[in-house]
Ligand binder design. Sequence first.
Ligand code: FES
Length: 176
Amino acid sequence: MSSPEAQAWQDLGPVEAFPAGEVREATAGKGKVAISCKDGKFGVISGVCNHVGGPLGEGRLDSEYVVCPWHNWKFHRSTGQGEPGFEQDCVPSYESKVEGGHLWVRVQAATQRHKAPHERHPLARPVVRESGPIRVAGISTTAMDAANPRYSTSDALLEYPLNTARPMAMRRASSG
Ligand code: FES
């Protein structure tokens, strides 16, 4: 049986703080939630993605789905179910209501988290340690496209040699 606190409703603030077509993050109880509003209906699901914990509350809406900003997994904005083909991969969903111009959420989740496997990315392969000297490589990957522009570590790393090489080339040109 759940505690009275878990049964409680929590005020998330004025409904204007949750504009239509966008996803917002808030804290409900001890956890983060992702809140969306579409066609006048609010949806509240866990703010923690099933994949590797990405912040769903910082994602975006694609029709009825919240898209995780890290690798684009999608969860239904009201039920928490995964996108078609991955319905068994669910994040918790929460009951919500509007009262006195504020959005309220029930702290106790209405549905539970359930993880179901996704097939491996076609580029994924087992990590195998080959014999020989230690070789170190750092590779950072993100699902980045026009709809998901994000900070790129590889772009940032490239900036350094570009910014260093340009002044050196200019110095050489002016001294030669
Ligand atoms: S953490 Fe959400 S898709 Fe990877």
